[in-house]
Design a protein around this ligand. Structure first.
Ligand SMILES: [Zn+2]
Length: 161
């Protein structure tokens, strides 16, 4: 068994008239995140961490934002497609850990739902899915409420010997 680690980062800008989807969970807010897909910043960071660990490139190569197929795409479906690819490559997800950097809204009330949604898609226990949130302390684009950033790490194990 070999263990593999990957890192992912993503950010999206707030925009009026958009849904706010973080980790596959829609959150009530006066603005949402802008992007070609549903702009699920957490799921995108997680996908990059998984692809990075697997040596499979990045989210932009797999789901280009120039492709109409991915317009308003449900990022959880993209994550599920990546998980299938990992499975075909003989790779198991051991655990993932994520941090969302957001000034508002508060993520804490949604944390359990996000962990369960991601764990269900990854096929691992919610205890193996870390979801943490922090603010920008008023600094930078997050602190000014211009957008949301997310970081993720993923650990994979090769199946068999
Ligand atoms: Zn993104």
């Amino acid at each position: 068994m070999t263990s593999l680690a990957g890192i992912g980062y993503d950010s999206h800008r707030f925009a009026a008239g958009r849904r706010l989807v973080i980790g596959g969970v829609e959150i009530e807010h006066d603005r949402g995140l802008d992007g070609h897909s549903d702009a699920d910043v957490l799921t995108h960071a997680l996908i990059d961490a998984l692809l990075g660990a697997a040596g499979m490139g990045d989210i932009g190569e797999h789901f280009p934002d120039t492709d109409e197929r991915w317009r308003d795409a449900d990022s959880i479906e993209l994550l599920a497609a990546v998980c299938e690819e990992l499975d075909r490559a003989g790779l198991d997800v051991v655990n993932v850990d994520c941090t969302v950097i957001v000034e508002a809204p508060k993520l804490a009330p949604h944390r359990t739902a996000i962990r369960e949604r991601l764990a269900g898609t990854l096929g691992i226990a919610p205890a193996r899915v870390g979801v943490k949130a922090t603010t920008g302390e008023g600094m930078g684009f997050v602190g000014r409420g211009e957008g949301v950033a997310a970081l993720a790490v993923a650990s994979l194990a090769t199946r068999g010997s």
